[in-house]
Design a protein around this ligand. Structure first.
Ligand SMILES: [Zn+2]
Length: 484
């Protein structure tokens, strides 16, 4: 059995000014055939799972294609998308005949002229491999699910957890089911229910925690081969934006449709109740001044993982105004400031303008006399089994505050981002990080308290105020009763 595997993924915030191109992929993650590292990344885990499977089963041969991932950003340049897509399609053509195609996708990639990149990609793959071959892919739950994808693929499996710590488990499951389908042991049938809602659905908190546990139990009880909750991605203005419930049965469409509808309506009943308490900046800082221990303040809407810059300064300006001490900020994206710090050198004291340069809403730049404490080329942080590149980084200090400036946009996944610059996060009173929920698993053990701060910008976090031009269906909360 010959398996072709590849990955092409990014998450597109169509409201973001951080346009995405080929360089964005090369800077974030790009591995041509045979050059993928041993460690998986969020979206390229299927390739690593294929390698594992082939090591254990000598009858399977894996042909590796390119894996490419760009940090979430704005609309993807058309030529860049077509270039990467065609690179992989040509590799697939050269690899034929194959019985199986296993892909790592994200599901919220939007390019100029392509509202449904993954649908386009999957349908072209189907055209090459023919109707008999099995096509499977992992998806990020923050994706859009379209009819074209459902028609083109046999198996689509989304990460169950948010934070997405289960990406390797889902990739292994995909390979296992895809091989079983290629052998004819199972006949996967996908059934989808449109929940007509959009919300943020962390599974580290109730009610989503129990909902996901219930879904895992249903799988264990063989009610379905696989069940995926597509959360949707509110920052993508495309016709299919919104939550969907996807059930894969062993050739039982009737059971699949009934289960997808039942679970989809249960998810709909949780709308508006899934987020932990968010506080405005003043309330959050008032609380922080009262509390003891190491506090984690999450700047939830300046999260590069949602496609914005991650150079916002709204919260830091208020911290400076209040003269807060023992503060560490990880991170603020500013490649220009990093370059200046590298030029000045470790130990230098310089006048520096940093942050607040990418858009009008995320706060003004900060001008300070800073000391360059540490410089680190190609710094990395950890996230589950993967390593996330932060690029060249500078640790600067002023007024009792230390800030890590990074040159590769990335969200704050894990405390290792501070250790990468030689500082121990638990020695600080306040850690200001940029992440909506992916930080939770990593930071919770060292945090005496976690405070979610809603600075109001720059992510388009209120669907009722976002100007959707392409959304084609009634979706809560834009429409109060979307099933009427
Ligand atoms: Zn996601």
């Amino acid at each position: 059995m010959r398996i072709f595997t590849a990955s092409l993924a990014t998450e597109t915030n169509t409201f973001s000014p951080m346009y995405t191109d080929l360089v964005s992929f090369y800077q974030s993650f790009y591995a041509p055939p045979g050059q993928h590292p041993v460690t998986p990344t969020l979206c390229s885990a299927p390739l690593v799972a294929c390698r594992e499977y082939a090591q254990q089963h000598s009858a399977v041969e894996v042909i590796e294609g390119t894996c490419a991932w760009a940090e979430p950003g704005g609309l993807l340049n058309r030529l860049s998308y077509e270039h990467l897509r065609d690179e992989i399609l040509m590799q697939l053509e050269a690899a034929m005949p194959v019985q199986l195609v296993v892909l790592g996708l994200h599901g919220a990639m939007v390019a100029q002229g392509y509202d449904d990149c993954e649908g386009d990609f999957l349908s072209r793959i189907r055209a090459i491999v023919g109707p008999q071959a099995v096509i499977g892919a992992t998806l990020d739950p923050h994706s859009h699910l379209t009819d074209l994808r459902l028609a083109s693929a046999d198996l689509l499996i989304a990460f169950k957890e948010f934070p997405h710590l289960d990406f390797m488990a889902r990739a292994r499951e995909l390979v296992y089911l895809a091989v079983a389908a290629a052998r004819g042991d199972i006949k996967p049938v996908m059934s989808c229910f449109d929940c007509r809602m959009i919300d943020v659905l962390p599974t580290s908190h109730e009610p989503m925690k129990s909902f996901i546990e219930k879904i895992c139990q249903l799988e264990q009880d063989h009610q379905a081969l696989s069940i995926s909750v597509i959360h949707g991605f509110m920052a993508g203005d495309v016709p299919d934006m919104g939550s969907k419930l996807l059930v894969i049965t062993n050739n039982d469409a009737k059971q699949g449709e009934a289960l997808a509808r039942q679970l989809g309506l249960e998810l709909f009943s949780y709308r508006g109740q899934t987020l932990p308490q968010f506080y405005d900046i003043a309330t959050a800082l008032d609380q922080a001044e009262q509390l003891q221990g190491t506090l984690v303040l999450a700047d939830v809407w300046d999260n590069p993982g949602g496609g914005v810059a991650g150079d916002g300064t709204l919260i830091l300006h208020q911290m400076i105004k209040r003269q807060l001490q023992q503060v560490a900020v990880g991170t603020i994206w500013d490649p220009m400031a990093v370059k200046l710090c590298f030029a000045a050198g470790e130990g230098a004291e310089i006048e520096l303008r940093f942050g607040g340069k990418s858009c009008a809403t995320a706060g003004a730049p900060i001008d300070k006399t800073v000391r360059v404490l540490r410089l680190k080329a190609d710094a990395q942080q950890e996230f589950a089994d993967s390593l996330v590149p932060m690029g060249d980084c500078a640790l600067i200090s002023f007024d009792g505050i230390e800030v890590i400036l990074n040159s590769n946009r990335c969200q704050s996944f894990d405390p290792s981002l501070f250790r990468a610059l030689g500082i121990e996060p638990s020695h600080y009173k306040l850690l200001l990080i940029k992440s909506t929920n992916h930080f939770y698993q990593g930071f919770a053990p060292l945090a005496s308290h976690i405070i979610y701060v809603d600075a109001g910008a720059p992510y388009p976090s209120d669907p009722t105020r976002n100007v959707y031009k392409k959304l084609s269906r009634p979706v809560w909360p834009i429409v109060a009763s979307p099933f009427d």
